[in-house]
Design a protein around this ligand. Structure first.
Ligand code: F6R
Length: 240
């Protein structure tokens, strides 16, 4: 695991975008695993800027997102499909049929999980997976206790995750109770993983990750089982 401790959210975002841009230049048909939330927004801004300056193109690249809330339509402003549209896709040239995200309104959720695994398999797997980290150490929506070999599945969100995400909704009651997420096993199959963390609320989760041992109570620690992980954290998240 390669650790990069930077001074600010902006520096974290620039470094992450640089790694993604380089990977895209090396392989225009890159399969990118993408995340939502506050953490990657700056990275997406940097990527949009690089695209607008003609430095990178997503025309041949693919995206598979980590997760989606159950019960929200893609045009719901709090859905992750909507988020991706707003924060990245509508600003770059990735063809719509190259962008994948679990369908939160699928009538058969188990079937949707199987379909999503197949989407990833048919693309040849994820080349570069971008991750944020929850205050409880979750990645995707793999909450504490998730087995490290879990595939894409439906999860019940913990009260801490629903509280952390309530800021985007009118009230906590509107935060969905379930989500579809790539599993830890699915994530660990990505060829390269890039985890970002910023701000003091992530310090405890980063402290657990710094312990250096896989611990199911802190899902992100499964990344110690992977050979090619970059972690970019700002000083506030890293602690002393
Ligand atoms: C989002 C996701 C989550 C977030 C995590 C951190 O697709 O999978 O694991 O990365 O909850 O969220 P933020 O970045 O909002 O602190």
């Amino acid at each position: 695991m390669r650790w990069h401790v930077v001074e600010s959210y902006e520096e974290m975002s620039r470094m992450a975008a640089g790694i993604i841009a380089e990977a895209l230049e090396r392989n225009p048909r890159l399969v990118l695993g993408l995340a939502t939330g506050s953490t990657p927004v700056g990275t997406y801004r940097e990527l949009i800027k690089a695209f607008q300056e003609g430095k990178i193109s997503f025309k041949e690249a693919f995206a598979v997102n980590l997760d989606e809330y159950v019960g929200l339509a893609p045009d719901h402003p709090q859905s992750y499909a909507y988020f991706m549209e707003e924060e990245l896709f509508s600003h770059v040239d990735m063809p719509p049929d190259h962008r994948h995200i679990p369908r939160g309104l699928a009538p058969d959720l188990d079937e949707e999980c199987r379909r999503y695994e197949e989407v990833i398999r048919n693309l040849g797997g994820v080349d570069l997976q971008l991750l944020g980290i929850g205050v409880n150490g979750h990645i995707g929506f793999n909450e504490p206790g998730t087995p490290f070999d879990a595939r894409t599945h439906v999860v019940e969100l913990t009260p801490s995750t629903r509280e952390a995400n309530a800021r985007f909704f009118e009230s906590i009651d509107e935060v969905p109770t379930h989500a579809i997420t790539m599993g830890l096993g699915t994530i660990l199959e990505a060829r390269h993983i890039l985890l970002l963390a910023s701000g003091p609320t992530k310090r405890e989760a980063i402290r657990a990750l710094r312990e250096g041992e896989p611990d199911p109570e802190w899902p992100a620690t499964c990344l110690w089982l992977h050979k090619n992980v970059d972690v970019i954290v700002d000083r506030e998240a890293y602690g002393e």
